[in-house]
Ligand binder design. Sequence first.
Ligand SMILES: NC(=O)c1ccc[n+]([C@@H]2O[C@H](COP(=O)([O-])OP(=O)(O)OC[C@H]3O[C@@H](n4cnc5c(N)ncnc54)[C@H](OP(=O)(O)O)[C@@H]3O)[C@@H](O)[C@H]2O)c1
Length: 271
Amino acid sequence: MEIPSLDVFKLGFIGAGNMAESIARGVAKSGVLPATAIRTSHYRAERRSVFQSFGFQILESSGQVVADSDIVILSVKPQIARKVLLELKPFFTDDKLLVSIAAGIKMRDLQEWSGQHRIIRVMPNTPAAVGEAASVMCVGEMATEKDKERVVSLFKAIGKIWTADEKFFDAVTGLSGSGPAYVYIAIEALADGGVAAGLPRDLALALASQTVLGAASMVDMSGKHPGQLKDAVTSPAGTTIAGIHELEKGGFRGTLMSAIIAATKRCCELS
Ligand SMILES: NC(=O)c1ccc[n+]([C@@H]2O[C@H](COP(=O)([O-])OP(=O)(O)OC[C@H]3O[C@@H](n4cnc5c(N)ncnc54)[C@H](OP(=O)(O)O)[C@@H]3O)[C@@H](O)[C@H]2O)c1
Protein backbone atom coordinates (compact mmCIF):
# COMPACT_ATOMS: atom_id res chain seq x y z
CA MET A 1 0.00 0.00 0.00
CA GLU A 2 1.24 3.47 -0.84
CA ILE A 3 2.27 5.44 2.27
CA PRO A 4 2.65 9.16 1.47
CA SER A 5 6.01 10.59 2.50
CA LEU A 6 6.27 13.78 4.56
CA ASP A 7 9.63 14.69 3.02
CA VAL A 8 8.94 15.56 -0.63
CA PHE A 9 11.95 16.50 -2.76
CA LYS A 10 12.63 16.57 -6.50
CA LEU A 11 14.43 13.53 -7.84
CA GLY A 12 16.08 13.58 -11.28
CA PHE A 13 17.61 10.76 -13.30
CA ILE A 14 20.43 11.30 -15.79
CA GLY A 15 20.15 8.18 -17.94
CA ALA A 16 16.57 6.89 -18.23
CA GLY A 17 17.56 3.24 -18.59
CA ASN A 18 16.66 -0.01 -16.85
CA MET A 19 18.08 0.78 -13.44
CA ALA A 20 16.60 4.30 -13.40
CA GLU A 21 13.20 2.84 -14.31
CA SER A 22 13.38 0.23 -11.51
CA ILE A 23 14.33 2.86 -8.91
CA ALA A 24 11.77 5.44 -10.10
CA ARG A 25 8.95 2.89 -10.19
CA GLY A 26 9.87 1.48 -6.75
CA VAL A 27 10.07 4.96 -5.21
CA ALA A 28 6.68 6.01 -6.62
CA LYS A 29 4.98 2.69 -5.84
CA SER A 30 6.11 2.72 -2.20
CA GLY A 31 4.97 6.33 -1.79
CA VAL A 32 8.43 7.65 -0.85
CA LEU A 33 7.80 10.34 -3.49
CA PRO A 34 4.83 11.15 -5.69
CA ALA A 35 5.45 10.33 -9.36
CA THR A 36 5.27 14.06 -10.17
CA ALA A 37 8.40 14.67 -8.07
CA ILE A 38 10.43 12.38 -10.36
CA ARG A 39 11.91 13.68 -13.62
CA THR A 40 14.23 12.65 -16.42
CA SER A 41 14.91 13.30 -20.09
CA HIS A 42 15.83 11.04 -22.99
CA TYR A 43 16.64 11.52 -26.66
CA ARG A 44 14.55 8.44 -27.60
CA ALA A 45 10.74 8.75 -27.68
CA GLU A 46 10.34 5.14 -26.57
CA ARG A 47 12.14 5.72 -23.26
CA ARG A 48 10.32 9.02 -22.74
CA SER A 49 6.93 7.33 -23.11
CA VAL A 50 7.87 4.53 -20.69
CA PHE A 51 8.67 7.11 -18.01
CA GLN A 52 5.64 9.24 -18.93
CA SER A 53 3.34 6.23 -18.60
CA PHE A 54 4.14 6.08 -14.85
CA GLY A 55 3.41 9.79 -14.37
CA PHE A 56 7.06 10.91 -14.21
CA GLN A 57 7.97 14.28 -15.69
CA ILE A 58 9.92 14.46 -18.93
CA LEU A 59 12.14 17.50 -19.35
CA GLU A 60 13.87 18.81 -22.45
CA SER A 61 17.47 18.06 -21.46
CA SER A 62 19.69 16.52 -18.79
CA GLY A 63 20.77 20.06 -17.90
CA GLN A 64 17.16 20.91 -17.05
CA VAL A 65 16.87 17.72 -15.00
CA VAL A 66 19.87 18.74 -12.86
CA ALA A 67 18.66 22.34 -12.58
CA ASP A 68 15.19 21.21 -11.47
CA SER A 69 16.16 18.45 -8.98
CA ASP A 70 17.26 18.32 -5.33
CA ILE A 71 18.77 14.85 -5.79
CA VAL A 72 20.30 13.84 -9.10
CA ILE A 73 20.88 10.14 -9.73
CA LEU A 74 23.57 9.47 -12.31
CA SER A 75 22.38 6.29 -14.04
CA VAL A 76 24.21 6.32 -17.38
CA LYS A 77 26.74 3.61 -18.32
CA PRO A 78 30.10 4.11 -16.58
CA GLN A 79 31.94 4.60 -19.91
CA ILE A 80 30.13 7.91 -20.54
CA ALA A 81 29.91 9.14 -16.95
CA ARG A 82 32.89 11.51 -17.35
CA LYS A 83 31.57 13.13 -20.54
CA VAL A 84 28.05 13.48 -19.14
CA LEU A 85 29.16 14.99 -15.81
CA LEU A 86 31.56 17.45 -17.47
CA GLU A 87 28.68 18.66 -19.67
CA LEU A 88 26.37 18.98 -16.66
CA LYS A 89 28.89 20.71 -14.40
CA PRO A 90 27.43 24.21 -14.95
CA PHE A 91 24.01 23.03 -13.70
CA PHE A 92 25.19 21.65 -10.36
CA THR A 93 24.90 23.91 -7.31
CA ASP A 94 25.82 23.39 -3.64
CA ASP A 95 22.20 22.78 -2.62
CA LYS A 96 22.03 19.58 -4.71
CA LEU A 97 23.04 16.03 -3.90
CA LEU A 98 24.65 13.85 -6.58
CA VAL A 99 23.98 10.13 -6.22
CA SER A 100 25.92 7.88 -8.59
CA ILE A 101 25.04 4.27 -9.31
CA ALA A 102 27.63 4.02 -12.13
CA ALA A 103 29.69 0.91 -11.41
CA GLY A 104 33.38 1.51 -10.78
CA ILE A 105 33.28 5.32 -10.90
CA LYS A 106 35.04 6.61 -7.80
CA MET A 107 33.91 9.42 -5.53
CA ARG A 108 36.94 11.61 -6.31
CA ASP A 109 36.24 11.37 -10.09
CA LEU A 110 32.55 12.14 -9.58
CA GLN A 111 33.55 15.20 -7.58
CA GLU A 112 36.13 16.38 -10.10
CA TRP A 113 33.91 15.90 -13.18
CA SER A 114 30.70 17.38 -11.69
CA GLY A 115 32.28 19.98 -9.40
CA GLN A 116 29.74 18.74 -6.85
CA HIS A 117 30.80 18.15 -3.23
CA ARG A 118 27.70 16.50 -1.76
CA ILE A 119 27.96 13.00 -3.21
CA ILE A 120 26.70 9.53 -2.29
CA ARG A 121 27.75 6.46 -4.26
CA VAL A 122 25.35 3.51 -4.38
CA MET A 123 25.78 0.05 -5.86
CA PRO A 124 22.37 -1.60 -6.36
CA ASN A 125 21.70 -4.79 -8.32
CA THR A 126 19.16 -5.95 -10.91
CA PRO A 127 16.59 -7.50 -8.52
CA ALA A 128 15.70 -3.81 -8.01
CA ALA A 129 13.18 -4.50 -10.79
CA VAL A 130 11.18 -6.71 -8.39
CA GLY A 131 11.82 -4.71 -5.20
CA GLU A 132 14.55 -7.07 -3.95
CA ALA A 133 17.77 -5.15 -4.64
CA ALA A 134 20.84 -5.51 -2.44
CA SER A 135 22.33 -2.01 -2.41
CA VAL A 136 25.43 -0.65 -0.70
CA MET A 137 26.10 3.06 -0.26
CA CYS A 138 29.15 5.09 0.53
CA VAL A 139 28.50 8.56 1.90
CA GLY A 140 30.82 11.38 0.80
CA GLU A 141 32.34 13.67 3.44
CA MET A 142 30.20 16.67 2.48
CA ALA A 143 26.87 14.81 2.31
CA THR A 144 24.54 15.66 5.20
CA GLU A 145 22.63 13.39 7.55
CA LYS A 146 19.43 14.39 5.69
CA ASP A 147 21.06 13.41 2.33
CA LYS A 148 21.85 10.02 3.80
CA GLU A 149 18.32 9.56 5.15
CA ARG A 150 16.80 10.47 1.79
CA VAL A 151 19.04 8.07 -0.13
CA VAL A 152 18.24 5.27 2.34
CA SER A 153 14.50 5.92 1.83
CA LEU A 154 14.91 5.84 -1.98
CA PHE A 155 16.85 2.57 -2.06
CA LYS A 156 14.70 0.91 0.64
CA ALA A 157 11.87 1.36 -1.86
CA ILE A 158 13.61 -1.17 -4.14
CA GLY A 159 15.06 -3.60 -1.57
CA LYS A 160 17.65 -3.38 1.21
CA ILE A 161 20.60 -1.03 1.67
CA TRP A 162 23.79 -1.17 3.72
CA THR A 163 26.60 1.38 4.23
CA ALA A 164 30.26 0.55 3.52
CA ASP A 165 33.55 2.30 2.91
CA GLU A 166 34.35 3.02 -0.74
CA LYS A 167 37.33 0.64 -0.60
CA PHE A 168 34.84 -2.26 -0.49
CA PHE A 169 32.95 -1.27 -3.65
CA ASP A 170 34.85 -3.54 -6.07
CA ALA A 171 34.12 -6.52 -3.81
CA VAL A 172 30.47 -5.42 -3.49
CA THR A 173 30.27 -5.39 -7.30
CA GLY A 174 31.86 -8.87 -7.41
CA LEU A 175 29.38 -10.27 -4.87
CA SER A 176 25.97 -8.55 -5.08
CA GLY A 177 26.43 -6.77 -8.42
CA SER A 178 27.40 -9.90 -10.35
CA GLY A 179 25.81 -12.36 -7.91
CA PRO A 180 22.36 -12.58 -9.52
CA ALA A 181 24.00 -14.10 -12.62
CA TYR A 182 25.68 -16.81 -10.53
CA VAL A 183 22.36 -17.63 -8.86
CA TYR A 184 20.55 -17.78 -12.24
CA ILE A 185 23.13 -20.35 -13.35
CA ALA A 186 22.64 -22.29 -10.10
CA ILE A 187 18.84 -22.28 -10.60
CA GLU A 188 19.22 -23.46 -14.19
CA ALA A 189 21.61 -26.21 -13.10
CA LEU A 190 19.30 -27.36 -10.29
CA ALA A 191 16.44 -27.53 -12.80
CA ASP A 192 18.63 -29.48 -15.24
CA GLY A 193 19.42 -31.91 -12.41
CA GLY A 194 15.71 -32.31 -11.75
CA VAL A 195 15.08 -33.02 -15.44
CA ALA A 196 17.97 -35.52 -15.46
CA ALA A 197 16.31 -37.21 -12.47
CA GLY A 198 13.01 -37.43 -14.40
CA LEU A 199 11.02 -34.28 -13.54
CA PRO A 200 9.11 -32.31 -16.19
CA ARG A 201 11.04 -29.12 -17.14
CA ASP A 202 8.41 -26.63 -15.89
CA LEU A 203 8.09 -28.29 -12.50
CA ALA A 204 11.89 -28.63 -12.15
CA LEU A 205 12.44 -24.92 -12.85
CA ALA A 206 9.65 -23.80 -10.52
CA LEU A 207 10.98 -26.02 -7.70
CA ALA A 208 14.58 -24.85 -8.24
CA SER A 209 13.61 -21.17 -8.17
CA GLN A 210 11.33 -21.46 -5.13
CA THR A 211 13.95 -23.53 -3.28
CA VAL A 212 16.58 -20.79 -3.74
CA LEU A 213 14.06 -18.13 -2.68
CA GLY A 214 13.01 -20.18 0.36
CA ALA A 215 16.58 -20.95 1.44
CA ALA A 216 17.57 -17.26 1.12
CA SER A 217 14.54 -16.27 3.23
CA MET A 218 15.52 -18.85 5.86
CA VAL A 219 19.01 -17.33 6.15
CA ASP A 220 17.55 -13.83 6.22
CA MET A 221 14.69 -14.41 8.62
CA SER A 222 15.87 -17.16 10.99
CA GLY A 223 19.07 -15.35 11.99
CA LYS A 224 20.81 -18.74 11.90
CA HIS A 225 24.18 -19.39 10.27
CA PRO A 226 23.77 -21.14 6.87
CA GLY A 227 25.95 -24.02 8.15
CA GLN A 228 23.51 -24.56 11.02
CA LEU A 229 20.55 -24.59 8.60
CA LYS A 230 22.41 -27.03 6.34
CA ASP A 231 23.16 -29.36 9.28
CA ALA A 232 19.48 -29.26 10.27
CA VAL A 233 18.41 -30.80 6.95
CA THR A 234 21.26 -33.31 6.72
CA SER A 235 20.39 -36.60 8.40
CA PRO A 236 22.96 -39.39 8.88
CA ALA A 237 23.34 -41.54 5.74
CA GLY A 238 20.45 -39.59 4.21
CA THR A 239 19.79 -38.14 0.77
CA THR A 240 21.02 -34.58 1.42
CA ILE A 241 24.47 -35.61 2.67
CA ALA A 242 24.85 -37.78 -0.46
CA GLY A 243 24.20 -34.68 -2.59
CA ILE A 244 26.50 -32.49 -0.47
CA HIS A 245 29.30 -35.02 -0.92
CA GLU A 246 29.03 -34.56 -4.70
CA LEU A 247 29.06 -30.74 -4.32
CA GLU A 248 32.21 -30.92 -2.19
CA LYS A 249 33.93 -33.29 -4.66
CA GLY A 250 33.15 -30.77 -7.43
CA GLY A 251 34.68 -27.89 -5.48
CA PHE A 252 31.35 -26.05 -5.19
CA ARG A 253 32.38 -23.67 -2.39
CA GLY A 254 35.82 -22.95 -3.84
CA THR A 255 34.31 -22.27 -7.28
CA LEU A 256 31.83 -19.74 -5.86
CA MET A 257 34.60 -18.04 -3.87
CA SER A 258 36.81 -17.89 -6.99
CA ALA A 259 33.93 -16.36 -8.98
CA ILE A 260 33.58 -13.48 -6.48
CA ILE A 261 37.35 -12.91 -6.38
CA ALA A 262 37.60 -12.94 -10.22
CA ALA A 263 34.69 -10.48 -10.59
CA THR A 264 36.18 -8.20 -7.90
CA LYS A 265 39.58 -8.22 -9.66
CA ARG A 266 37.94 -7.44 -13.01
CA CYS A 267 35.96 -4.57 -11.48
CA CYS A 268 39.18 -3.20 -10.00
CA GLU A 269 40.88 -3.40 -13.45
CA LEU A 270 37.95 -1.66 -15.16
CA SER A 271 37.71 1.17 -12.64
N1 LIG B 1 22.29 -3.31 -14.28
C1 LIG B 1 22.86 -3.55 -13.10
O1 LIG B 1 22.87 -4.64 -12.54
C2 LIG B 1 23.53 -2.44 -12.37
C3 LIG B 1 23.83 -2.61 -11.02
C4 LIG B 1 24.42 -1.56 -10.34
C5 LIG B 1 24.73 -0.41 -11.01
N2 LIG B 1 24.44 -0.29 -12.33
C6 LIG B 1 24.82 0.93 -13.00
O2 LIG B 1 23.64 1.60 -13.39
C7 LIG B 1 23.93 2.38 -14.54
C8 LIG B 1 22.83 2.17 -15.55
O3 LIG B 1 22.76 0.82 -15.90
P1 LIG B 1 21.52 0.27 -16.71
O4 LIG B 1 21.61 -1.20 -16.66
O5 LIG B 1 20.28 0.96 -16.28
O6 LIG B 1 21.93 0.79 -18.19
P2 LIG B 1 20.98 1.29 -19.38
O7 LIG B 1 19.68 0.58 -19.34
O8 LIG B 1 21.80 1.23 -20.63
O9 LIG B 1 20.68 2.82 -19.00
C9 LIG B 1 21.50 3.89 -19.38
C10 LIG B 1 20.61 4.92 -20.08
O10 LIG B 1 21.37 6.10 -20.34
C11 LIG B 1 21.00 6.56 -21.64
N3 LIG B 1 22.05 7.46 -22.17
C12 LIG B 1 23.05 7.18 -23.06
N4 LIG B 1 23.78 8.28 -23.28
C13 LIG B 1 23.25 9.28 -22.52
C14 LIG B 1 23.57 10.65 -22.32
N5 LIG B 1 24.62 11.22 -22.91
N6 LIG B 1 22.79 11.38 -21.49
C15 LIG B 1 21.73 10.83 -20.85
N7 LIG B 1 21.38 9.52 -21.02
C16 LIG B 1 22.13 8.76 -21.83
C17 LIG B 1 20.87 5.30 -22.41
O11 LIG B 1 20.20 5.50 -23.64
P3 LIG B 1 20.39 4.40 -24.83
O12 LIG B 1 19.76 3.14 -24.33
O13 LIG B 1 19.65 4.97 -25.97
O14 LIG B 1 21.86 4.29 -25.06
C18 LIG B 1 20.08 4.44 -21.43
O15 LIG B 1 18.70 4.71 -21.51
C19 LIG B 1 25.31 1.95 -15.03
O16 LIG B 1 26.27 2.93 -14.70
C20 LIG B 1 25.61 0.69 -14.27
O17 LIG B 1 26.98 0.55 -13.98
C21 LIG B 1 23.81 -1.26 -13.02
